[in-house]
Ligand binder design. Sequence first.
Ligand code: T46
Length: 144
Amino acid sequence: MIEQNKSSAGHVRLIDLPAVTDPRGDLTFIEGERHVPFPIRRVYYLYNVPVDAERGGHAHRDLEQVVFALSGSFRMKIDDGKTKSEYWLRDPRKGLYINRLIWREMDSFSQGAVCMVLASHPYDENDYFRDYDDFTLAVNEGVK
Ligand code: T46
């Protein structure tokens, strides 16, 4: 179950995935451009995350992503430059879609949490805003 504690920041939304359940367990599947709104060009995952770790702290110029808690839970703090919101991810059937130009921070990882991310592009360090002032400037100017 995912809890949303404040109104959603722009361009961020929860995506519900199908689940096939039978006595052997649950199966969830994800198809690019069907369950997520882009062709999936990259998959990565975070694991062995210390419970007091903070990750993220950046935004992207072009990248779109969907973030899942495959196991355990963590918090995602979302900021579109104007509105802040936060989500607790703890259900592997629900993903958090994050469009471009959204600042994200992650913390409160549970012991053994696994975070999987589906991304619209390969890794490119030039796509990152790692400075918050640069990010808000880009939001205000409406530029990439
Ligand atoms: C995001 C959150 C959820 C790569 O070489 N390839 C990759 O695909 C990624 C994602 C990272 N890296 C390298 C770049 C850094 O040297 O791995 C190192 C750690 O990356 P970063 O500090 O960006 O990791 P997080 O967990 O803070 O952020 C990542 C994504 O970068 C980010 O887009 O939304 O996970």
